[in-house]
Design a protein around this ligand. Sequence first.
Ligand SMILES: *Cc1c(COP(=O)(O)O)cnc(C)c1O
Length: 233
Amino acid sequence: MDMVQRLSQIRGRVDTACARVGRDPASVRLLAVSKGHPPEVVRSACDAGLAMFGENKVQEAKAKIPLCPGRLEWHMIGHLQSNKVRDAVAFFHTIQSVDSLNLAVELNKAAEKAAKVARIFLEVNVAGESTKFGYSPEAIFADLEALNQLPRLEIHGIMGMAPWTPDATRVRAAFRRLREIRDQCCSHLGVPSMELSMGMSGDFETAIEEGSTLIRLGTAIFGPRRFARPVAD
Ligand SMILES: *Cc1c(COP(=O)(O)O)cnc(C)c1O
């Protein structure tokens, strides 16, 4: 199956998941996770109509983005170290993986220097797995006010992952928790809505049923990652 066929299958599955819960399919956007794939693959995805791409390493993105069509919207979805904030602000439209006030302060400084406003999502670790990054659900509310006061940052959403488990109940519970956190953030910040970035190749239909507005798909679109050009980060 080629990418165009895989995309049409994915769109069908998105439509069906939306229909199950009475959502408009246009309310679920697709972020194509291109990590581990070269610029040629991004170009074909762009030709197939995709416009939003996700990368999880600044080094890889920095090498790749200049070789891709210029009109694409790039999202950082991997753990970000403070020493990479300058490049992150330069290369990404949105940084979805903000997981501490320290990191946000550094991003704010980098955005100020670049005379930009950086769009961020807050990453929340609802899976409770120590291998995953993100704010604990409690810690996020302690920082929210301070985060919101950083003049060069705009909080646009919440990002998270379900635990790695075949237990569908736990996966759904994690997505539900992320949605609650998103809703609480909206009311704390006094904004009507925020993005909810959740759902990957193995669990996006459940994520949609639980309210995802942005699914992040790699394998489902591109097939397995070959890591043909490993880039250290
Ligand atoms: C790799 C990755 C994805 C996509 O994973 P697939 O299972 O290939 O769809 C989504 N989100 C994050 C944060 C990732 O690192």
